[in-house]
Write a protein that binds this ligand. Structure first.
Ligand code: NAP
Ligand code: G3H
Length: 484
């Protein structure tokens, strides 16, 4: 089923108005595997002039799509979920090569996306309007009725990051389609091939021509053009805070959902169950080699239990396997050499400033062994910057007030965890943390995907989660009946 998306030699095409096409410029990006440097394939570098057609055809197709009954739109999304499930092995194999995510996690990303799409198809049927009577407002009596509909926004530009090329693409496309919008999907360049497979899945499911266009090309070449285009009615972006901020500055008056970076803290109090805490911290910090916005990116532990917690953390870290994603290693090569170099800078800075190395700091190209530092202090970059790699800083604190102060001093505000057996205290601390979500006795994480997912400060704007995303991708439209 995927032969139409590529030519011989693994040259991948883009999806424009129901057809798989190549750029007239002949320009292409080679996608190298982070695992071994081999070429996974080539993707089209669509020019700005060509990008116009992706947007215009999406605009034209949207009106008819909105006229399709919502239960029929749901049928298409359900069907796409079934096809994705059917093709999971093929797509997971691409992900392993393209983004070095291990096979098990690639398959679980796909399974989660299948569930997301089915749930979205159903939830989309239930996001409805309301009617309001004027008699609840003083002075109007029963003279007016407002009939409030939910209507689509138009064309949604969906921009996804490399770390979830299926899930963070589908979690924008499916709610947008259910709300009656059309979509221009711009996948990450490293991850584009996986997202093109997803595009094909939606096509086969019966998404009409133009309702989903998938455009490839470097963000720095076509990104500004796409986000500032007047026919783009809303932007759903996941990626770095740097690019998110840039988009917010240049896009003009468009609604936006921005999911950006994080520096999630795990606060560990003296009465925490240390076994549960350590296992949550290690899986939270090191899954997909720390390349998750919600990874545990620092531990703030009360001094009196720090040694005991560290003993447990290190035991678990030493059991992590390092190597090839095809062999299901826990720690796999980072997405690029430059990503690994950045992580190394943070490691070197911490080591030079006196942090105590407990594990790791072994680097082979873009493969970084799981690294843990104790005694990380506020003057170190690792206390504040997001490594997006397998390195965990531990900071010892005197009390919960100091933990809250350090957690809140971050520029980011995605999530935090609080580990304690005192639930009242957990709620008191949670209410003071400046983040979108606080996890009590669990690692920071986004799922389940119908929960609200919120980033504040440099971590983003708006609320995602199945119903929240559909609402964000639609708007109220009121028709007022003036009664005699
Ligand atoms: P990135 O470099 O910001 O890229 C994200 C996407 O933006 C890619 O598709 C990229 O395309 C595109 N892009 C780049 N410049 C653009 C521009 N000027 N206009 C429009 N689009 C542009 O991020 P990444 O390296 O893929 O992902 C890692 C970052 O994402 C981390 O900071 C992580 O915390 C964050 N993240 C956050 C969440 C969350 O839910 N909060 C989830 C996942 C990731 P190209 O690939 O072609 O450059
Ligand atoms: O990388 C950012 C993702 O949105 C995080 O999702 O917590 O399920 O890994 P996750």
């Amino acid at each position: 089923m995927f032969s139409c998306i590529m030519n011989k030699g693994n040259v991948f095409k883009c999806l424009l108005n129901g057809k798989w096409i190549e750029s007239n410029t002949g320009k292409r990006d080679k996608i190298f595997s982070p695992v071994d440097g081999t070429i996974v394939g080539e993707v089209q570098c669509i020019s700005q002039q060509e990008a116009e057609e992706f947007i215009v055809t999406a605009k034209d197709a949207q009106k008819d799509w909105n006229n399709v009954a919502v239960n029929k739109r749901a049928d298409v999304v359900h069907k796409a979920a079934d096809i994705l499930d059917r093709e999971k092995e093929t797509i997971a194999e691409v992900m392993v090569k393209e983004i070095a995510k291990n096979r098990k996690s690639s398959l679980s990303e796909i399974a989660r996306t299948v569930d997301f799409m089915h749930f979205t198809a159903e939830e989309g049927k239930r996001v409805v309007g309301e009617s309001l009577s004027s008699d609840s407002f003083p002075g109007f009596g029963k003279g007016k009725v407002s009939i409030v509909h939910r209507v689509p926004l138009g064309v949604i530009l969906s921009i996804a990051p490399f770390n979830y090329p299926i899930n963070l693409a589908a979690s924008k496309v499916a709610p947008a389609l259910m709300a009656g919008n059309s979509v221009v999907l711009k996948p990450p360049t490293q991850g584009a091939i996986s997202s093109l497979y997803l595009g094909r899945v939606f096509c086969e499911a019966g998404v009409p021509p133009g309702v989903l266009n998938v455009i490839t090309g470097q963000g720095r070449e076509i990104g500004d053009y796409l986000v500032s285009h007047p026919h783009i009615n809303m932007i759903a972006f996941t990626g770095s805070s740097k690019v998110g901020r840039h988009i917010a500055q240049i896009a003009g008056m468009k609604p936006m959902l921005l999911e950006l970076g994080g520096k999630d803290a795990a606060i560990v109090l003296a009465d925490a169950d240390l076994d549960i805490t350590a296992s949550n911290i290690v899986s939270g910090a090191f899954s997909y080699s720390g390349q998750r916005c919600t990874a545990v990116k620092r531990v703030l532990v009360i001094e009196s239990v720090a040694d005991e917690l560290i003993k447990r953390i290190i035991k678990l870290v030493n059991s992590l396997t390092v190597g090839n994603p095809q062999d299901d290693a826990d720690i796999t090569p980072l997405i690029s050499d430059s990503a690994a170099e950045f992580v190394k800078e943070l490691i070197d800075d911490a080591a030079e400033k006196g942090a105590r190395l407990l594990a790791g700091n072994k680097i082979e190209g873009n493969l970084i062994y799981p690294t843990v530092f104790d005694n990380v202090t506020k003057d170190m970059r690792l206390a504040w910057e997001e490594p997006f790699g397998p390195v965990l800083p531990i900071m010892r604190v005197k009390n919960s007030e100091e933990a809250i102060e350090i957690a809140n001093r971050s520029e980011y505000g995605l999530q935090s965890s609080v580990f304690t057996s005192d639930i009242d205290n957990a709620f008191k601390i949670a209410s003071k943390l400046e983040v979108g979500t606080v996890q009590v006795n669990g690692k920071t994480e986004r799922g389940p995907d119908h929960f609200p997912f919120i980033g504040v400060k440099s971590s983003g704007m708006g609320t995602q989660g199945i119903r929240y995303s559909i609402e964000a991708m639609s708007r109220s439209k009121a028709i007022v009946l003036n009664l005699k």
